[in-house]
Design a protein around this ligand. Structure first.
Ligand SMILES: Nc1ncnc2c1ncn2[C@@H]1O[C@H](COP(=O)(O)OP(=O)(O)O)[C@@H](O)[C@H]1O
Ligand SMILES: [Mg+2]
Length: 253
C-alpha cells in the first residue's frame, strides 16, 4: 500500500502517518515512512532520538552533485534527470522500531517541477519508492502536494487528507482534493481527527460535502500531552489505535 497523507498544518498528518506506519510494521510488513514535509517531525513522532534523526536528503549537496552529475556549462546548468537512487533508502533511512524512516527535506527553489539537481534527485527517489519497490510507503506530505508530480502520483494507491474540526481545515481539504485529482490520484479520502463530540462529526461531514470520510480519530489527551512534553507517540491500545487500525483495514480493502 502506497499512501500519501496531507492536510492543513497541525491537523494531524504526522500523527496519522506515524500511527499507520507503526501498524504496518507491527503487522510484520516492510514499510518506509517518508517525511516529505519541509517542516517535518515524523522522526520524533516515531520515537527516533534527536541524535539519530537523519539529515534531509535534499541537503546532501555532495550526493546530489555526484548522482546528478550536475555541472555548470556555458549554456547553463546540466544534470541528469534520472539519477541513480535505488541504494538511497537503505543508506539513508533509520530504523524506528521496524519502520524505515526517510527524511526528504525541502528543495529551496521550491514548487512543482523545480528544474534543479535536488528536485531531480527527490523526484526520482519518490518514483523509486512508489513505483519500483514492494514496501508499503507512507508519505507525510506538506499541506499541499508540492513534492508530487504525475509520475509519482500514478504510484499512490490513495491519498488521505486529515481534517480537524474547523472550516479552514475543510477548505484546505477541498483544495488538496482538487490538487490530487489534477495530478491523477483517483482515490482520495478524508480522515477527521481530534473529534470530541458527535456534533463535530456531523458538522464536518456536512461541510465536506461529497468527500468521503473513511475514519474518525478521537481527541486523545495522552497524544496531546506526549507532544507537549516532547515524547514520541506512545500508541497503546485504546480508541485512537482502534480507529487507526480501522482506517488501515479500510484502505487495504
Ligand atoms: N487525535 C489527537 N488527539 C490529540 N492531539 C492530537 C491528535 N492528533 C494530533 N494531535 C496533536 O496535534 C498536534 C499537531 O499534530 P501533527 O500530527 O504534528 O500535525 P501535522 O503533521 O498535520 O502538522 C500535535 O501536537 C499532536 O500531538
Ligand atoms: Mg507534520
Amino acid at each position: 500500500m502506497k499512501l500519501a497523507i496531507g492536510g492543513k498544518g497541525g491537523a494531524g498528518k504526522t500523527t496519522l502517518a506515524a500511527a499507520l506506519a507503526r501498524r504496518a510494521a507491527d503487522l510484520g510488513r516492510a514499510v518506509v515512512a517518508v517525511d516529505a514535509d519541509p517542516d517535518g517531525n515524523l522522526a520524533s513522532a516515531l520515537g527516533v532520538s534527536e541524535a539519530r534523526i537523519p539529515r534531509p536528503i535534499a541537503q546532501m549537496r555532495e550526493l546530489i552533485l555526484q548522482r546528478t552529475g550536475a555541472q555548470d556549462q556555458g549554456a547553463g546548468l546540466m544534470f541528469k534527470l534520472n539519477p541513480r537512487v535505488d541504494d538511497l533508502p537503505d543508506r539513508f533511512s533509520v530504523d524506528a522500531g521496524g519502520v524505515r524512516l526517510l527524511v526528504l527535506g525541502t528543495v529551496e527553489s521550491g514548487g512543482k517541477g523545480c528544474l534543479c539537481p535536488e528536485g531531480a534527485l527527490l523526484k526520482t527517489l519518490m518514483q523509486h519508492l512508489l513505483l519500483r519497490i514492494d514496501d508499503d510507503v507512507i508519505l507525510d506530505m506538506e499541506a499541499g502536494l508540492e513534492h508530487m508530480g504525475r509520475a509519482s502520483a500514478s504510484g499512490v494507491d490513495a491519498m488521505i487528507t486529515v481534517v480537524e474540526p474547523g472550516m479552514r481545515s475543510v477548505q484546505t481539504a477541498t483544495r488538496i482534493r482538487k490538487l490530487a485529482a489534477d495530478i491523477g490520484i483517483k482515490r482520495a479520502f478524508v480522515v477527521a481527527n481530534k473529534l470530541s463530540r458527535q456534533q463535530e462529526r456531523d458538522l464536518l461531514q456536512r461541510a465536506l460535502g461529497k468527500q468521503t470520510i473513511i475514519g474518525m480519530l478521537p481527541f486523545d489527551e495522552e497524544l496531546a500531552r506526549a507532544d507537549l512534553e516532547g515524547r514520541p507517540l506512545d500508541l497503546k491500545n485504546g480508541a485512537f489505535v482502534e480507529a487507526v487500525n480501522r482506517i488501515g483495514e479500510t484502505m487495504e480493502s
